[in-house]
Design a protein around this ligand. Structure first.
Ligand code: EPZ
Length: 419
């Protein structure tokens, strides 16, 4: 296994290009199953999770050819499988995103129930509630969930019991082929949901309201292949903004969607960062002293849970105490113990972390536990005095494309070595 080595204490300066969004790319690849034919996907990020969904589609009989960086030709005409195996789902729980598309295409799908993961149990009860409401029969057996709709799906009104991103994605994808109108209430408003709806509409679906809490899907007889460019990754962008802030530097990000960054930019401005937005770029100048702030993670447009670990790393160096409440996942403080080993002063009570700023962090041997926790440790390592090593860096590779190269371009001393 690889580990990342960071020599900290260097203010970052320079520009970096933001890659396509992991959480927009995964549902788009899955949605190509709905209508057989040839699709072209561009600006897809080079990530382990994208490689995983590509492998899953190939197992289902999809022909996928990488044409150039980030560009794939996807031919789903021959797709015939309808099962996502345990090995596949245990690698990446977002494999469950094939449930809706397979049900829409073949009237059946069989997916290994995603086990919990480091950040929480993460059930898919809401996905199944929605698919059952559309008329699918749900069978749980030997760790697999099988959804079948031999008579097809019928549009209905579905009220989600909680806001779930991939849950609303699965229901939306299935509903594109249901007979009649489906109304999804209490829907997730994330930009990745909007991007998927736009993609589905370009395939001939009739979806309105994506980005609001009520999404309407008018079922259609036929959908067709199309081409799509993946939107920029707002969490990668937020991570590099924090990299500039935590090292006391000045960074410029290119190819971002400013609108999607509003909640992150607002919070970093509250911390004292100077941030200038211009078209598809955003630049940040760190203050001499980070101000403490309070953070409450919540569904979009609130502060994203996927940025909680990263902002916590920043706040360990603030001039005072910050309170961070994690409202989405029940176990998303795995980075706290590792940050403490670098000298951070953090106390956790339930879903609330109190972060008392310290003068500085010291580099240490660290262990990554999940994707965003590993990003948080790299950020802390960039600010710490001395060397940090982050082990199990495969977590990082799931969601950050060429992170060392991008950080090096900003002046960081960072490299990868075999553990
Ligand atoms: C998506 O996960 C993202 N992943 C996550 O990003 C992100 O953290 C999360 O949304 C929240 O924004 C992808 O898009 C591939 P949820 P998802 O369903 O859809 C509970 C990253 O770092 N829940 O919105 O799986 C669930 O346990 C990843 O890129 C149910 O109880 O998250 C969680 O507590 C991590 N029942 C909360 O809802 C369900 O049926 C939100 O989960 C579904 C979810």
């Amino acid at each position: 296994m690889d580990r990342i080595v960071v020599e900290g204490g260097i203010p970052l300066h320079g520009a970096v290009r933001i890659s396509g969004s992991k959480n927009a790319a995964l549902p788009i690849f899955a949605a190509t199953l709905i209508a057989g034919g040839e699709y072209h996907i561009t600006n897809a990020p080079a990530l382990r999770d994208v490689a995983t969904i590509i492998r899953l589609l190939a197992e289902l009989g999809v022909l996928i050819e990488k044409q150039s960086t980030g560009a794939y030709r996807v031919d789903t005409l021959q797709a015939q499988g309808y099962e996502a195996t345990y090995d596949m789902v245990k690698t990446m729980r977002a494999s469950c995103l094939v449930l809706g598309p397979l049900l829409a295409r073949f009237g059946r799908a069989k997916v290994s129930m995603p086990g919990g993961c480091a950040i929480g149990e993460r059930p898919i009860d809401q996905h199944l509630k929605g698919l059952a409401a559309l008329g699918a029969q749900i069978n749980l057996d030997h760790g697999y969930v099988e959804v079948v709709a031999p008579g097809g799906l019928k549009g209905t009104r579905i009220t989600m019991d909680l806001v779930t991103v991939t849950g609303v994605m699965n229901i939306m994808m299935a509903a594109t082929r249901a007979r009649g109108l489906t109304v999804i209430e209490n829907a997730a408003r994330e930009p990745e949901v909007v991007a998927l709806a736009r993609f589905l509409n370009s395939m001939g679906a009739r979806i309105t309201g994506a980005g609001t809490t009520e999404i309407k899907v008018e079922g259609v007889e036929e959908l067709h292949p199309t081409d799509v460019e993946v939107i920029p990754d707002r969490i990668e962008a937020g991570t590099y903004l924090v990299a500039g802030a935590i090292t006391g530097g000045q960074v410029a990000l290119e190819d971002v969607n400013i609108e999607h960054l509003a909640n992150i930019v607002d919070k970093l401005r509250e911390c004292g960062c100077q941030i200038v937005e211009n078209g598809t770029g955003v630049s940040l100048k760190a203050p001499s002293q980070i101000r403490p702030v309070n953070v409450n993670t919540s569904p979009y447009p609130g502060f994203p849970t996927d940025m909680q670990a990263q902002i916590m790393a920043l706040l360990t160096l603030a001039g005072g105490a910050s309170v961070i409440v994690e409202n989405i996942f029940e176990n998303r403080f795995m980075h706290v113990a590792e940050l403490r080993r670098m000298g951070a002063d953090i106390t956790v009570t339930g879903s609330t972390a109190t972060v008392r700023g310290v003068k500085g962090l010291s580099g240490a041997p660290l262990m990554a536990t999940d994707l965003r926790a590993s990003a948080s440790l790299v950020l802390a390592g960039l600010a710490a005095s001395g060397r940090s090593t982050i082990a199990r860096v495969y977590h990082l590779d799931r969601g950050y494309e060429k992170m060392e190269e991008k950080l090096k371009a900003l002046g960081a001393v960072v490299y990868r070595e075999k553990e």
